[in-house]
Design a protein around this ligand. Structure first.
Ligand SMILES: Cc1cc2nc3c(=O)[nH]c(=O)nc-3n(C[C@H](O)[C@H](O)[C@H](O)COP(=O)(O)OP(=O)(O)OC[C@H]3O[C@@H](n4cnc5c(N)ncnc54)[C@H](O)[C@@H]3O)c2cc1C
Length: 398
């Protein structure tokens, strides 16, 4: 085992996945999460193509599949609920619009946490308050007052990453709002969902219902266009008010869905945004997942990017003998095209959704589209990293 100590911020998808791989490569890992425990909630996230291979290499294929939503497919409907189009989960070898591996974000976070917690130190309810780096390491002061020194620090703290602001610059420099606001929340399954997802789109607005493993519940998804949008993350009531106003009068089941806003056990609303940065590390501090390269929920690829990025970042750092310059550079080089392709898909999806009769979306070039989807799904090669330490899927206990 090396004596490399790595601090990872954020215990959602990217953080625990990175902890898994860093540990396997021989590092001692601490994950700090500002929430008091694993955060439940979030809608279904997908793993396609190379992301499925990353899960398989973690030894988590069975655990992830056991927690999947098992969505059979999706119906696109009109305002009266008539089916316009059908997409099946086994279309495109399971890598289509509804993918064969679809899992609630909170359930995937739980699988990753259960896998890593015997071997990785998790600190909940804390965050980095201050950080200074020198050529040999990074001194971290936590909000709780503790001080520790690490060899490397990686921010996997999401779209609104505090570590990114602290080390790379203000949020506005990197976060690109795509002109859409998206909300998800749990509703009772009074809509008769039977394993199929439904969605209704019209003139920039979108409403959908998605089945979950518990057949008595469903997840509602609503979105509306908003050119300028500043969200107050603490004002959930204000967010719900805005959603009601913006979705008022929208057809299909929207009115019934909105009736459950007051009694939903969870609620997620955020701008649809991407993070675009020309480098993902400075010295010994790097970024991963949405913090570094969010492609937005409209790409359907945030989870895949986080899982694949975690594999490559740990592999490249270990292969470089934990040299931060070479390791972080190798990771970016391998990830760049995969990120670009998925960000392009995210932007195209928003364009299609917000198109109106007056401003229709440009006609897609089908050949270019097929090539783009291939880059986005197949992703980068995952090197075997022969000769680099690997403790195996079970790893060593702490
Ligand atoms: C509660 C929640 C619900 C979500 N719901 C959806 C959804 O419905 N649909 C969708 O497409 N995407 C959703 N996402 C985003 C999705 O999880 C990501 O796109 C993707 O999985 C990549 O994840 P990530 O780990 O990079 O970032 P995230 O999943 O955003 O996780 C970041 C983690 O960092 C923690 N954190 C934030 N700031 C700090 C800090 N200063 N110090 C320590 N920890 C910090 C957060 O609490 C969170 O656990 C959600 C994220 C969260 C946290």
């Amino acid at each position: 085992m090396s004596d490399i100590k790595v601090l990872v911020t954020g215990a959602s998808i990217a953080g625990p996945a990175l902890a898994h791989w860093l540990h396997r490569r021989g590092a001692e890992v601490t994950v700090v999460e500002q929430a008091p425990g694993l955060r439940p909630g979030g809608q279904a996230v997908d793993a396609r193509g190379v992301a499925k291979e990353a899960i398989r290499r973690m030894g988590l294929d069975a655990a992830v599949r056991a927690a999947c939503t098992n969505t059979a497919g999706a119906y696109s409907v009109d305002a009266e609920g008539n089916v316009l189009e059908t997409y099946r989960a086994d279309d495109n070898d399971g890598d289509g619009y509804v993918s064969e591996i679809e899992i609630l974000r909170g359930d995937l976070a739980q699988v990753l946490y259960d896998d890593t917690s015997p071997r990785v130190e998790y600190v909940f309810g804390d965050r980095i308050a201050e950080l200074t780096q020198d050529p040999a390491g990074v001194d971290v002061t936590f909000a709780s007052g503790g001080r520790r020194r690490f060899d490397l620090v990686v921010g996997a703290d999401g779209l609104h990453s505090a570590l990114r602001s602290m080390v790379f610059g203000p949020r506005e420099r990197f976060v690109r709002h795509l002109g859409l606001v998206l909300a998800f929340f749990t509703v009772p399954n009074e809509f008769g969902l039977d394993g199929w997802m439904y969605d209704f789109q019209q003139a920039g607005r979108w409403a959908g219902l998605r089945p979950v493993p518990d057949p008595t519940r469903a997840i509602a998804m609503l979105s509306f266009p908003a050119a300028d949008f500043e969200i107050d993350h603490r004002d959930v009531e204000g967010q719900k008010r805005l959603l009601r106003e913006q979705m008022a009068g929208f057809g299909w089941e929207t009115a019934r869905i909105l009736e459950h806003l007051d009694d939903t056990p969870d609620f997620y609303l955020d701008q649809v945004a991407q993070v675009v940065m020309d480098h993902w590390h400075t010295g010994r501090v790097g970024l991963l997942g949405d913090a570094a390269f969010s492609a937005s929920p409209m790409s359907g690829a945030g989870t895949g990017l986080a899982l694949v990025g975690a594999y490559l970042l740990a592999g490249e750092l270990a292969a470089a003998g934990w040299d931060p310059g070479a390791g972080f550079a190798g990771y970016r080089e391998r990830m760049r095209d995969y990120v670009d392709a998925n960000q392009e898909i995210g932007r195209m999806h928003v364009q299609m959704l917000t198109a109106t009769d007056a401003e229709p979306a440009p006609e897609p070039d089908m050949e270019a589209m097929t090539a783009l989807i291939e880059r986005a799904v197949d992703g980068p090669e995952l090197p075997a990293y022969d000769g680099v330490p690997d403790a195996g899927p079970g790893g060593r206990s702490r």
